[in-house]
Each structure stands twice: as C-alpha cells, then as structure tokens.
Design a protein around this ligand. Structure first.
Ligand code: ADP
Ligand code: ZN
Length: 645
C-alpha cells in the first residue's frame, strides 16, 4: 500500500511538472509580430487577415492572432497593441466578421505565476504532510497506511478444494469440522456450542499449510483473506495494530469468511523473549490481535487460521481457549503421502510409460509438498530442454539430483587420475552395499561431480524405516567405508574424498554407543539430544552426562565399531575384486550406472553388456509411446499410473 502511495505522489509531481513545462513552451511558441501598430492592425482587419481579437480591459491592450496562412507575411502570428475598447472598435470588427473577446485579467499568466511562485512551497508542504502522516499512522485515523494488506481471494477465483491437497489426511480430517462450521454456523450455535475462533496449523515450510487453509475456504465456499504475520510488523509504531483492527473489520464485513495469518510467529512471539530484547511495536500488535480476537464472536462466522512452524515460540496468550485453541499438525508427507502429492502435480504434465511415482517417492524422503511440486516442475524443464513430448523417469532422476545435490558440474576439470580414484571409491561403496544384507538397494552410482561431491552412490529405501537395528547400523558403517577401503586396496594410498563418509560413519558409531545402547557399555543414554534450537529461550545442545573416565570408555567402543566396519569393507572388496574392477570400468566408461546395471555387473556381466541393455530399454520405451500415439489417445499413457515393462 505504501509503495502505491509513493508512486501516486511521484506521478502527481511529474504531471504538474509536465503541465508547467508545457505551458512555458507554449508561450514561447506564440510568435509575436514585430513593429505592429494600430494602422497596421486596421489594415489587416480590413484585408481579412485577422483570426481573433481580444480586448484586455485591465491593461488596455488589444491582442490577437493572425490567420495561419499569413504567418509568413507578418513573420509571426500574435500581435499586441495598445488600444481601447470603444464601441466604434467593436462595430468596426463586427463589420469585418470578427467578434472580439473581452478579458478582465490574464488568467493564463496568473496561473503561471502562481505555479512558479507557489509550486515549490506547495510541494514542500505536501511532502511534509505526507511524512507526518506516515509517522503517526496509528490510532485508526491513519489513511491507507494502517489498512491491512489482507488480500481477498473470493470463492470464484482460484478456488482450491481438498482434492488438490494430498498426503495430509489427518489434517484434512481435523479441518473438515471447520468447513462445516463455516458452511452453517447456526447449526452449531443453536445447540449452545461455541464455534472455535482460531485454528493453528503447525508444520514446517512447504507442507501445504496455506494450501490447506485455502482449501477449507474453498470447500466451505466462503471468502478467504490472507495476510502474513510479517506484514503487521512495520517500521512505524502503531501501524501493525491498526492493520490488525482493519483486518478484523474487513473480516466481519465479509462474514462468513476465513482469515488466514501466515507466519504468525512474526507477531505472536513470546512477549519479552527473543533475540535483541522486546519489541514494543510487535507487542502492541500482538495485544491488538488478542483484543480483537476476544472482541468478535465466531458465531458471526469468521474463523481464523494461523500458520507457524515454531509453535514453541508463540505467546501462550495466543493459544488460550477462545483464541487459537485448536491445533492441527501438518506433517511432512510420508512415503504414501509423497506418492499422492506427486500424483496431484503430475496430473498437469504428460508422462512417459516408465515414470513410477512410487519410486520417485521412495527416493525423496524428507521432501515437503512444495519440494515435490518443485521436483515435477524441474523435471518438466529438463524434458523441455531436450525437446521431449513427455516426461520420462530419467528427467525426474535428473531433476531430483539437481534439487538434492546441486547441478552437475560437468565443466569442472578433473584429471584422469582423480577420475579413476573416484570411480574406484564409488565402486567400493557400491560393492560393499550389494554384499551386505539389510541395506537399502543401490539406486544409482555416478562419478559426475555435483555440488561438493566428486561422485555419488545413491541408495533407495524400499520402505520408510522408523527404527534402525544394530546389524543394519553396523552394515551402514561398513558401506560408508567402502569408498576409502577401495582406495586403500587399489592404490595403497588414500585421498581426502572420504571425509564426509568418515564423518557420517563416526556419527552413527557414536550414537550407537551414547544414545542407542548398542555397545557393551549397555543401554545408558550418555548423550541426549535437546529439542531444536529455541530462539530466545536458550540454545539446544547435546548434553553430556558422563564422567571423564566414561568418556574414555566411550571412545574405545566407538573406535571398535569403526574398525570393525572398516575391516568388513576391506574383506568384501578383497573377496570380490573382479566385480570391483567391472564396476569401476563401467563407471569410467558411462559415468553413471543405475541399480539394475550394478546388479548385472556384480553378478558377473561384462561391461559391454550394459550397452545392449540400454539400447533394449530405449527401444521398448519408444515402442510403448508409439503404440499409444497410434491408438490416438493423444495424451501419452502415463497418467493412469505406473506401467512396468
Ligand atoms: P506452507 O504454507 O506450509 O509453507 P504452501 O501451502 O505454501 O506451504 O505450499 C506451497 C506449494 O506446495 C503449494 O502451493 C502446493 O502446490 C504444494 N504443496 C504443498 N503441500 C502439498 C500437498 N499436501 N498436496 C499438494 N500440493 C502441495
Ligand atoms: Zn564416499
């Protein structure tokens, strides 16, 4: 709002300036005729060369204009002579077909002089008022500065329903009640029930909180107002509070409706807490919010939904009964949820036959709804770049790698020696991963550098696991050491490439001892993890609860686990050195190999067979798409769900 006002003021200023300049220019344009006198004037009138005549009574002047065709003759168009306005003059002009004008004062001149003399002052005063208004925008009398920035999305525009929100069934169920409140508030109040005023949606960014709120409004068919908590927090004191007031005013006017406050933690933070001490303005805004929430009755049909990912920092007053007393958790989607969300967004794109949403879902743990939407979008961009008519699995693979690991760094110059080391390193991980039981299947191995990594071995969980067994933890450590072990075995030398592997292995080993009770030190929690960092209330930390003597024992145990994992790795690679060589050669040749190809190589297939497999796969893909096109279905097969070939 403020920026529009500023622009308005700027335009106003520019227009005034333009008018002023134009006028000055205009007056220059009027070319005066030199040496004009009364007798020349009468001659000209008689000859019919004069177009207009004006008597200026205050200055006893006769001014006028020649007809344009005589401009050359007089070397000018305008004349001005001293004269009077007696009746004879009038009659004389009438006889020659001219009706003179009478003018009391030079209005144009007056206006001009006004502009010249007063404009700067007017502008300064206007600016002053403008600034003053900004400063004391509070107190309700503020013009548009205190107006809320709530945007109104009516039920007609971009209506969203629960159908578009996938994978958050629990939250949808909880919100179903709110939908029915909004649809028919009286049904509930008749029986003496109190309709909740506020619902707090809690969930990390991108989990679809805004989408859910919009869907609630869409399902109930009521207007949806949205404002972000940070919009309340302004530079000028009082603006936030007046915005809150205005927001509620608008809400009541449009009842029944839904007001959505995004990032409520921006205003609703625990009073008196927070980095940098209290913030008067924010507190004032929060107080206003509390007052307004108490002041309105939800029977009027206004329901508020607020979203936050930090419920812990909210002021308890906000969560009291009668305010945001309902809490709906919006979790990051699980495997099934991710698959459903992908399905929602894949509906908008043509899919090839090999696209398998469940496989993509498996490879994207921790992705939020927004991340998944972005993934589909990236995949579409990747496919478009190679002029495809539909999206294939490889496009999703590329998109996923780009999102999770950064873009490929193909331009990075890597020496052949480094490439060879990387290939052995990744082949080592892969082989160890294949030979140990209980680990997630290998999905893809690549030696194309990405982000910080020189190469990557990716695994794909079959299903989401919530717990970790001791044997799996040990095998994971061995798997992580596969890279370093291969380097040592082949080159008798080691590189820095295993830094991250070692870090992760050590972390697992440490947690096995200190948190999960998986060592001979027994099931004792030597370290506990606090809740996440809590702004304004102290920092989260690992707390150590053991003596110095115990610390040594812990270190010994961790070391033992690490050593054991490393030894397993070396043993596996020694026993299957031929497979290690094949994997390495394939990586050097193709740079990226997928899970199936890894299986082939580990089971004894020669590197050359990879080529054959790849060609067969391509042909079969194309054949399916061709068949679909011939059938004239127009839309490529994909959208019905995964097809296995
Ligand atoms: P939040 O408000 O929690 O940060 P948004 O509602 O703004 O998240 O989500 C951003 C986008 O991500 C949405 O517009 C939607 O396209 C997509 N998205 C997020 N969650 C889901 C979901 N559960 N189902 C479908 N799409 C989702
Ligand atoms: Zn590694």
């Amino acid at each position: 709002m403020r920026s529009t006002q500023k622009t308005l003021a700027l335009w106003f200023f520019l227009i005034i300036m333009a008018v002023f300049l134009f006028q000055a220019y205009e007056s220059k344009q009027q070319k005066a005729i030199a040496d004009f006198n009364f007798s020349k004037f009468t001659e000209a009138v008689k000859a019919g060369e004069v177009a207009t005549v004006t008597f200026r009574q205050d200055t006893s002047e006769v001014v006028g204009e020649m007809k344009p065709e005589f401009e050359k003759k007089y070397n000018g168009t305008h004349f001005s002579i001293v004269g009077n306005t007696q009746d004879e003059g009038y009659k004389f002009l009438q006889q020659h077909g001219i009706t003179p004008n009478y003018e009391r004062a030079d209005n144009g001149g007056f206006f001009q002089s006004l502009l010249v003399n007063w404009l700067p002052l007017i502008l300064i005063v206007a600016m002053f008022l403008f600034i003053m208004r900004q400063i004391q925008a509070g107190g309700g009398k503020a013009m548009s500065f205190g107006k809320s920035r709530a945007r109104l999305l009516t039920e007609h525009k971009n209506r969203v329903t629960f159908k578009e929100v996938a994978g958050v069934d629990e939250a949808k169920e909880d919100l179903q009640e709110i939908v029915s409140f909004l649809k028919d508030p009286k049904k509930y109040t008749k029986l003496g029930g109190r309709i909740p005023k506020g619902v707090l949606l809690v969930g990390s960014p991108g989990t679809g909180k805004t989408l859910l709120a919009r869907a609630v409004a869409g399902e109930a068919g009521v207007p949806f107002f949205t404002i972000s908590g940070s919009d309340f927090v302004e530079m000028f004191v009082g603006v936030g509070a007046s915005r809150v007031r205005d927001l509620f005013e608008q809400g009541k006017k449009n009842a029944p409706c839904l007001i959505f406050i995004d990032e409520i933690d921006a205003v609703g933070r625990h009073r008196g807490a927070g980095m940098g001490g209290g913030h008067d303005e924010r507190e004032q805004t929060l107080n206003q919010l509390l007052v307004e929430m108490d002041g309105f009755e939800s029977s009027e049909g206004v329901i508020m939904i607020a979203a936050t990912n930090r419920p812990d920092v909210l002021d308890p007053a906000l969560l009291r009964p009668g305010r945001f007393d309902r809490r709906v958790i919006v979790n990051k989607p699980d495997l099934k949820g991710r698959e459903q969300i992908l399905a929602v967004h894949m509906r908008k794109t043509p899919l090839g036959p090999d696209v398998d949403a469940s496989k993509i879902a498996r490879g994207t743990p921790g992705f939020s709804g927004a991340d998944l939407e972005n993934l589909v979008n990236e995949a579409a961009l990747v496919a478009a770049r190679s002029d495809k008519k539909y999206l294939e699995m490889e496009d999703f693979e590329k998109a996923k790698d780009k999102v999770t690991m950064g873009a490929e760094r193909r331009s990075m110059v890597i020496s052949d020696e480094d490439k060879k080391v990387t290939a052995y390193h990744e082949a080592g991980h892969t082989l160890v991963g294949k030979k140990l039981v209980g680990l997630d299947p290998i999905h893809k191995v690549t030696i194309i550098p990405r982000g910080m990594a020189l190469g990557v071995t990716q695994t794909l969980p079959e299903k989401e696991s919530v717990s970790l067994s001791k044997s799996k933890a040990e095998n994971m450590i061995a798997f992580l050491f596969g890279g370093r072990a291969a380097e040592e075995l082949i080159f008798k030398d080691i590189t820095t490439g295993a830094g991250n592997d070692i870090e992760r292995a050590t972390e697992i080993a440490r947690r096995m001892v200190c948190e999960w009770g998986m060592s001979k030190l027994g099931p004792l929690a030597y370290e506990t993890r606090d809740n996440p960092v809590f702004m304004g209330m102290g920092y989260g930390n690992k707390s150590k609860e053991y003596s110095d003597a115990k610390a040594q024992e812990i270190d010994t145990e961790v070391e033992k686990i690490i050593k054991q994992g490393y030894d397993i790795s070396i043993q596996i690679l020694r026993d299957h050195q031929d497979a290690l060589e094949r994997l390495t050669q394939a990586l050097l040749e193709y740079e990226t190999i997928d899970g199936h190809e890894v299986d082939m190589l580990v089971n004894g297939a020669a590197v050359a067979e990879i080529e054959k497999y790849r060609n067969a796969k391509k042909d079969s893909n194309a054949a399916i798409m061709n068949a679909a096109e011939k059938k004239g279905s127009g839309d490529p097969v994909g959208n019905t769900g995964p097809v296995t070939i």
